[in-house]
Design a protein around this ligand. Structure first.
Ligand code: COA
Length: 219
């Protein structure tokens, strides 16, 4: 599930400490995310200047209906972007902006959040402006993000929670090789209704097995 923090949660103190990655690698990503180049797209850290485009892209009905409510204003997105930087510096979270070739602003995001103190278990969430759906951009971006998680971060397992009716989200995960493990009954509130989510996972082992070219790059 893509969870963008609402204004009142931004700036919460962080309790996690201690990571299994090499210190130099760890401090690198905490200090500055690398830009990841993939086919037709670059992933990079969010910039304050992305806020207007992200607001326009991620608050439409078709994008927002299966995710936690995104910030409702450009200023809200600016605060969210500042929050992502603080969380990254704390070592428990990263958020990449998805920048299509030929543009300089992010039209979507992929975030990874630590579920444990070592960042070996993570949850990811993603959203892309609907004009870019079905272009292959998400698949390229998601693969780059998974590679980053499994080779730079110490992540061993990544979970995604997807609303059962979100067939496009489920289709995208299936194409990435994610496995549906469970249905989480009434785990997501949409307005007045509680709806089911599916729990999908990708493990480092399965990712390395099916993407053998990455195998030598694990830390
Ligand atoms: C999730 C998201 C990033 C995926 O990006 P995308 O470009 O749409 O995904 P892809 O095109 O790579 O894959 C979607 C697949 O689902 C398929 N699909 C779409 N609608 C479908 C439906 N009703 N039933 C079955 N499959 C469907 C597509 O055909 C495609 O598969 P194909 O390439 O084999 O045809 C994008 O749809 C999005 O931003 N959605 C809103 C936010 C969201 O739901 N986020 C997920 C929760 S964390």
């Amino acid at each position: 599930m893509l969870n963008l923090p609402s204004t009142h949660t931004i700036g919460m103190p962080v309790a996690f400490a201690g990571f299994a990655v090499r210190d130099d690698v760890q401090s690198d990503w905490r200090t500055a995310l690398p830009a990841l180049a993939a086919e037709g797209v670059t992933l990079r850290a969010l910039r304050a200047s992305d806020a207007p485009t992200l607001h326009a892209m991620l608050t439409t009905e078709e994008v927002a209906r299966f995710i936690s409510p995104p910030p409702s204003t450009v200023e809200g997105f600016e605060k969210f972007i500042a929050w992502t930087r603080r969380q990254q510096a704390e070592g428990r979270y990263v958020c990449f902006g998805i920048v299509p070739a030929g543009r300089s602003d992010a039209v979507g995001i992929i975030q990874l959040r630590a579920l444990d103190s070592a960042f070996e278990l993570a949850e990811w969430g993603f959203a892309l402006g609907s004009a870019f759906w079905g272009t292959g951009m998400f698949q390229a971006a998601a693969r780059a993000a998974l590679e980053f998680a499994f080779t730079v971060l110490p992540v061993r397992r990544i979970e995604a929670r997807v609303v059962t009716e979100n067939h496009r989200g489920r289709g995208a995960l299936t194409k990435l090789g994610a496995v549906c493990e469970a249905v989480m009954r009434q785990s997501f509130r949409r307005g007045a209704l509680w709806t089911d989510q599916m729990l999908w996972s990708v493990t480092r082992e399965s990712w390395m097995f099916t993407n053998a070219t990455w195998a030598g790059r694990v830390h």
